[in-house]
Design a protein around this ligand. Structure first.
Ligand code: PSV
Ligand code: MN
Length: 431
């Protein structure tokens, strides 16, 4: 398999840390054994866990005010793919990439697929973009795309989504994620019901273009760029649309797209119950859609979400199998470093949720023993399960200390020489 960072760099660094890891792992194995948990079963599951990297997350992000590009950042999808390969080599848990179109359009998709295959990367959910006009676009999305009052703009947005499905088919993807910025900025600007009807009618056309084995995932977002109302404002509108459109349509939960303090884990549970949970965009936030690194502010919330997911897995819930993806914007960090770190933090939440004694928890719930129920979760959350994650990586040839190896390899410095900044580039991150 093609590599971006030489395996010898990883092996040399791993050699230095292996004896410490063995000791920490053995101590944790003993501790878990006291609760009748076999660490090897958990480590094997940790090794299977994967979360996809968003192609757009490999570039430096920005805000409405400015973007401060980093050196050596990718300038196109080929270079984004290279960085995704590095992120996977370091994290050992990101073997797929979620592309965004038209940002990632190429003339030869089979070549792009071959390149990804060579790195051992798969393509997952393809994203459409009707939240900005492209150069020379005939009909604008200024007043919305799939819900625009003008048929010409709606038709353009429908056709774009159908094109994205075609790109995805060539890459081997199996789902389309649709997020639109449609909405209004003034009370009265938009007729809520008519706008939603137009959106649904447009989405029906997109739905018709889905291959039989594909899903369509709708992403809700409370605000931005529309600040008064958005067409798919919350999980309620999302679920209504998904139910209206049919069984191949499900809801996608982006953690940053809710009001502060929203009980996201409960939303997740509801969507699971009605077989409508399509996937996730993991990130963290303090105020709104901040797109901060996953688990950097609210690791307990992320764990509670995984508690619902693992619970569904444990119960063998029908129709369960959400797609896990990151969706972050990195304004001040090296994007690859943030994505490596976030992927591992998401994996950490998953592994901790595996340690919950489900039968004990159900018992506390039946007995209305609120404190013991909450401690069943909290005690697991308080455990440091890092040795399991490090061992899972080590066993697949990934680093015990991913960021240490990434820096020791001098990857970004090397890219700074190979990828001089293009003054005319529109920017590879979210702006
Ligand atoms: C919108 O804020 C979003 O979360 C959607 O997933 C977009 O596709 C992505 O960010 C990039 O702008
Ligand atoms: Mn998102």
């Amino acid at each position: 398999m093609l590599r971006r960072i030489d395996a010898s760099v990883i092996n040399d660094e791993n050699e230095k840390l292996k004896s410490h890891l063995d000791a920490d792992y053995a101590a944790l194995a003993d501790k878990l054994a006291r609760d009748n948990i076999d660490i090897e079963t958990i480590t094997a599951k940790a090794g299977e866990f994967q979360v996809a990297v968003p192609s757009w997350g490999t570039g430096t992000g920005g805000t409405r005010f400015a973007r401060f590009p980093g050196t050596g950042e990718p300038r196109n999808i080929w270079e984004k793919l290279e960085d995704c390969a590095v992120i996977n080599e370091m994290s050992g848990c990101t073997d797929s990439v979620s592309p965004h179109f038209p940002w990632d359009v190429v003339s030869d998709f089979s070549e792009l697929k071959e390149k990804a295959d060579a790195y051992g990367l798969k393509w997952v959910s393809v994203n459409s973009n009707t939240f900005q006009d492209q150069k020379g676009q005939e009909y604008s999305y200024k007043y919305g795309s799939l819900s625009n009052t003008k048929k010409e703009s709606r038709d353009l947005a429908i056709q774009h989504n159908l094109d994205v499905i075609e790109y995805g088919k060539q890459l081997g993807a199996k789902s389309l994620t649709v997020w639109v910025g449609d909405g209004s900025n003034h009370p009265g600007q938009s007729h809520f019901q008519r706008a939603f009807e137009r959106y649904l009618a447009s989405m029906e056309e997109v739905y018709k273009g889905l291959p039989d084995d594909w899903e369509m995932h709708i992403e809700h977002k409370m605000f931005e760029p529309a600040f008064y109302s958005t067409i798919i404002q919350d999980w309620g509108s999302n679920l209504l649309a998904a139910m209206h459109l049919g069984p191949k349509c499900k809801s996608l939960v982006d953690l940053g797209h809710h009001a502060p303090n929203t009980n996201i884990e409960m939303i997740v549970s509801r969507l699971i119950q009605f077989k409508k949970l399509g996937g996730f965009h993991f990130n963290d936030s303090k105020y709104g859609d901040d797109d901060l690194d996953s688990g950097s502010l609210h690791p307990y919330q992320q764990f509670l979400i995984f508690n619902e997911l693992v619970d569904a897995e444990y119960r063998g819930q029908e129709g369960f199998g959400p797609a896990y993806m990151l969706d972050q914007s990195h304004n001040v960090t090296d994007p690859a470093e943030s994505l490596i770190n976030s992927a591992i933090e998401v994996q950490r939440s998953y592994v901790k949720a595996l340690l919950v004694n489900r039968e004990a928890l159900y018992g506390y719930q039946e007995d209305n023993d609120a404190l013991m129920a909450s401690l069943e979760l909290k005690n697991v959350f308080n455990l440091d399960i890092s040795p399991i994650l490090a061992m899972a990586r080590y066993r697949k040839g990934a680093p015990i200390n991913p960021l240490g190896v990434y820096r020791a390899a001098g990857y970004r410095e090397g890219m700074a020489k190979q990828r001089p900044q293009d003054p005319n580039a529109t920017g590879s991150g979210i702006v």
